[in-house]
Design a protein around this ligand. Sequence first.
Ligand SMILES: Nc1ncnc2c1ncn2[C@@H]1O[C@H](COP(=O)(O)OP(=O)(O)OP(=O)(O)O)[C@@H](O)[C@H]1O
Ligand SMILES: [Mg+2]
Length: 104
Amino acid sequence: MLTRELIIEGARQNNLKNLNLRLPHNKIIAITGVSGSGKSSLAFDTIFAEGQWRFIESLSTYARLFLEKLDRPDVDSIRNIRSGHRPRTEEPCQRSTFYRRHSH
Ligand SMILES: Nc1ncnc2c1ncn2[C@@H]1O[C@H](COP(=O)(O)OP(=O)(O)OP(=O)(O)O)[C@@H](O)[C@H]1O
Ligand SMILES: [Mg+2]
């Protein structure tokens, strides 16, 4: 059913090459690829960033003063997104996600 899918068109954040994707909700999805291939660019910088952007937009002007806002991702359209919460906050870092997650 279409509304159960997250539909992404023309994702170009960082090195993404105009990705078009349909991703099911309520499933576990693994994004694989070599370091630098764009996994974080898709998961965090595109999908999560858009979810957070829309969530923050729904808040009052006053509440927004206290929140850090991400840049809106470089993407033509994202449909059926649910507002997002990153599982764990980390300082922005150019190093690999694997390195960041396992170096503490
Ligand atoms: N904030 C940014 N500004 C500019 N370029 C970026 C930014 N973040 C990532 N990139 C570039 O985008 C490309 C994809 O990086 P990304 O972090 O999405 O890869 P990844 O697949 O998550 O890698 P890793 O497995 O190392 O976590 C890389 O060339 C990276 O240098
Ligand atoms: Mg990564």
